[in-house]
Design a protein around this ligand. Structure first.
Ligand SMILES: Nc1nc2c(ncn2[C@@H]2O[C@H](COP(=O)(O)OP(=O)(O)O)[C@@H](O)[C@H]2O)c(=O)[nH]1
Ligand SMILES: [Mg+2]
Length: 327
C-alpha cells in the first residue's frame, strides 16, 4: 500500500521556514536588484504552494482503497474530517499562490518595496498558520496509516482465538513469504499478516490481537468497530483453541469465546485445536504449529471456502460434441 511512502506532514512553521530558505537561496541567484523583493515574495508563495500541494498529493484517494482501509480510517478519524483537513490545505495552497502573486506585483510598484515585502511575508505566514491544526491532524493520521497492516480485497482467512494459542505461529507456517508485522492503532501487540501464493491465486491470513482474542464485554468501542472492519474482509475464520492450558486460558473460556463469535458472524468458522504435540482433544481437528502436524489439512479445509473460479469456458464457444461422443 502507498501509505508507507506517505511523507511526514510538516507543521506550519516548518513549511514557512523551508519556503523562506528556498526563496532566499533563489534571491542570491538573482542579480536584478530592482526586482529582488518582488521575486522574493513570489518565490516564497510558490514554495509554500508547492509544499502544500505535495502534502495533499501524498494522501491516497480514499474511495479507491481496499475496504479494510476505508473502514479503519472511518473508525479512527472519520473520512469527512480528513477530507475537511485536506480541503483546508487545498484552500491555503490556492490562496498563497493567488495572494502571493498580487503581493509580489504590489511590491514591484510600491514606493518602499521592503515594507510591502515584509507585509506580504506576514500575510502568507498567517495563511499557513490558519491551517496549523489541520496539518497536525493530517500528520497524526499519516503516522497511524503507515503502520496499518496491508489487507487487500483478496480471499482472506481471519485467525481468531485467545492470546498465545498459536495464531501468529499458524500464519508464519502457512505463508509463502515472510509475514508482515504491523499494528492496529489501538493495541501495542504486533499484527501479523501473511500471504500464500498458489500460482496466480493469493490467499491472505490476518491476525487479530486485541480484537478477537477476548470476550466481547472486554472490547472497547474502537475494538468493537475494528472487529467489523476485520469481519468485512474475512471470507472464513480459523478459530484456534489451545486445549493444553499452555496459553494460560482454560479450554472452557476459549469455547465460550467461540460460541460468542458463532453468534456474531455469518461467515464459516473452522475450529482447530492446536499444540497437538502436547495435548489432543477429540472434539476438534488438531494440528501443531510447532512441528507442522495437521497444518496442511487445516489449510486445505480453509482453502475449500474459496469461491469457485469463474469458468473461462463460458466465454468460449460451446464445444460441439458428436452424437458419438455423447454416448
Ligand atoms: N508446544 C507448542 N507450542 C506452540 C505451538 N504453537 C505455538 N506455540 C507456542 O505458543 C506461544 C504462542 O504462540 P503465538 O503464535 O505467538 O500465539 P498467538 O498469541 O495466538 O499469536 C509461543 O511460545 C509458541 O512457540 C504448538 O503447536 N505447540
Ligand atoms: Mg500473535
Amino acid at each position: 500500500m502507498e501509505f508507507e511512502k506517505l511523507p511526514t506532514v510538516p507543521t506550519a512553521d516548518e513549511i514557512l521556514d523551508r519556503s523562506f530558505r528556498r526563496a532566499a537561496k533563489k534571491r542570491k541567484e538573482k542579480l536584478n536588484k530592482d526586482r529582488a523583493n518582488e521575486e522574493f515574495v513570489r518565490a516564497v508563495s510558490h514554495a509554500i504552494h508547492d509544499r502544500l500541494v505535495y502534502i495533499i498529493r501524498g494522501f491516497p484517494e480514499f474511495e479507491e482503497l481496499p475496504q479494510f482501509y476505508r473502514d479503519m480510517v472511518e473508525i479512527l478519524y472519520g473520512l469527512d474530517r480528513i477530507k475537511q483537513a485536506l480541503g483546508a490545505v487545498g484552500w491555503a495552497a490556492k490562496h498563497t499562490k493567488m495572494v502571493g502573486g498580487e503581493l509580489a506585483f504590489q511590491s514591484r510598484k510600491a514606493p518602499d518595496p521592503l515594507v510591502v515585502r515584509k507585509r506580504a511575508v506576514a500575510r502568507l505566514a498567517s495563511m499557513v498558520h490558519q491551517i496549523d491544526k489541520d496539518l497536525l491532524f493530517l500528520n497524526e493520521v499519516r503516522n497511524v496509516l503507515r503502520k496499518l497492516p496491508h489487507i487487500d480485497d483478496t480471499f482472506t482467512v481471519v485467525i481468531a482465538g485467545y492470546p498465545n494459542v498459536g495464531k501468529s505461529s499458524f500464519i508464519r507456517r502457512v505463508s509463502t513469504a515472510t509475514p508482515e508485522v504491523a499494528s492496529y492503532p489501538f493495541t501495542t501487540k504486533g499484527v501479523i499478516v501473511g500471504h500464500r501464493t498458489m500460482g496466480r491465486e493469493k490467499v491472505q491470513f490476518v491476525d487479530t490481537p486485541g480484537i478477537l482474542d477476548r470476550p466481547a464485554d472486554e472490547r472497547n468501542a474502537i475494538e468493537q468497530q475494528a472487529l467489523s472492519a476485520v469481519m468485512n474482509v474475512a471470507d472464513v475464520i480459523l478459530f484456534i483453541i489451545d486445549p493444553s492450558g499452555h496459553c494460560g486460558y482454560p479450554t472452557e473460556a476459549q469455547q465460550h469465546l467461540l460460541g460468542e463469535l458463532q453468534g456474531l458472524v455469518e461467515i464459516p468458522i473452522v475450529v482447530v485445536a492446536n499444540k497437538s504435540d502436547i495435548t489432543r482433544i477429540d472434539l476438534y481437528a488438531s494440528m501443531s504449529t510447532e512441528n507442522g502436524e495437521g497444518v496442511d489439512e487445516v489449510l486445505e479445509h480453509l482453502l475449500s471456502y474459496r469461491p469457485a473460479p469463474t469458468k473461462m469456458t463460458r466465454a468460449l464457444p460451446l464445444q460441439t460434441r458428436t452424437p458419438e461422443q455423447n454416448r
